[in-house]
Design a protein around this ligand. Sequence first.
Ligand SMILES: Nc1ncnc2c1ncn2[C@@H]1O[C@H](COP(=O)(O)OP(=O)(O)OP(=O)(O)O)[C@@H](O)[C@H]1O
Ligand SMILES: [Mg+2]
Length: 390
Amino acid sequence: MKAGFVDKLVAKLDRLDPSVVQSIVDRLREEKGFFVQVFQALREGVILIDGGGQVSFLNQAACGFFGLDGESSVGKNMSELVRGMDWSALMEQPHVVSRDMEVFYPERRYLHFYLAPIVDRDMRSGWVMIVNDLTSDRAETQAAIESERLGALTMLAAGVAHEIGNPLNSLGIHLQLLDRKIRKLAAGDRQLLEEHLSTARQEIQRLDGILKQFLQAIRPSALRREKVRIQTICEDVLRLLEPELSARGIAVVMDLQETLPVLDLDPIQMHQVFHNLLRNAAQAMPNDTHGCITIRIDSNDYELKIQIADNGMGISPEQMGTMFEPYRSTKEGGSGLGLLIVRRIIREHGGEMEIESREGLGTNVSFYLPITEKKARLLPRADEIIEINP
Ligand SMILES: Nc1ncnc2c1ncn2[C@@H]1O[C@H](COP(=O)(O)OP(=O)(O)OP(=O)(O)O)[C@@H](O)[C@H]1O
Ligand SMILES: [Mg+2]
């Protein structure tokens, strides 16, 4: 509808036939409805704010981003609807404001918005706000940074292994030579020197162990896959841990799906996965509680799901963000490499892992392994599809 049309119409209104006025009003309503539908279909949030800072329209995407109800939000102030931002300062700007923001409710999202002043023909001012969701882009960037960091760490480790491995080897040989010479000494002198020698040897072994474990955590290793039943691996590990579990009164509950597929896995590496995760679960139990570890294994058409849940001390939200960082351990004598090793092995098997935890209540570690016979699968519907309810 052209500008000026409405003015001409108003001037002529008393001379027009009521049926003509009716058809014009219908046309206006249809056009408005059409634009509202277009706005509702947009993935971007659109919010129209009038001169007084009150919302006059917002589409479904905007409602979703900020957890608002479309109807009841109209007529309210932006500072009332989206708290925590200095909206009046933003609206004081005479030009377009383009900023990122973090939203905590109804879920954590990173948004980018443009806030542009608009002036209509009657010189009444207002603003239009266009909002984009950056959450998945940010997650991808974060994952890229993490993999880059791990890549750099791998390179560094390879260098360190080379540099430390050789002198360690040479130290070991020299200690052996010393040992031979000490044996030729008189008994009194020998005893004292042997003690020093044995300490030096133990320390060298410890260094060697740390080095090997570190390399195991970050170095990709060729999988030696064979057809194995995952429940057999889990039972083997439980048998190994049994003395420690029963000494601490920790119960284990197994909840296995009746028939589970046999997968092509590296049994030794999978053994390590269960060993690390079950030990973590056991170590999370304070000594005076009735600890219980529940192991659930089930499968669907395309993957096997393994859950190891404990009712231990849980993990604090701050600690959750750094769990996979090397050497982050809350335990005396812990290397802080266990989870890194576990995740590497699971990823090399084409799987992924998840950790959920509630501080003081317990932790649930799940991992998924793809069933290799399947070469393709239908993905679930993308959750960002916005339902259009005209
Ligand atoms: N089931 C769990 N419950 C509570 N905290 C856990 C659990 N699993 C892991 N953690 C926390 O994550 C940290 C890192 O775990 P990770 O297995 O990588 O190293 P670690 O257990 O400390 O050392 P290591 O595995 O070498 O003995 C632990 O120190 C602990 O704080
Ligand atoms: Mg551990």
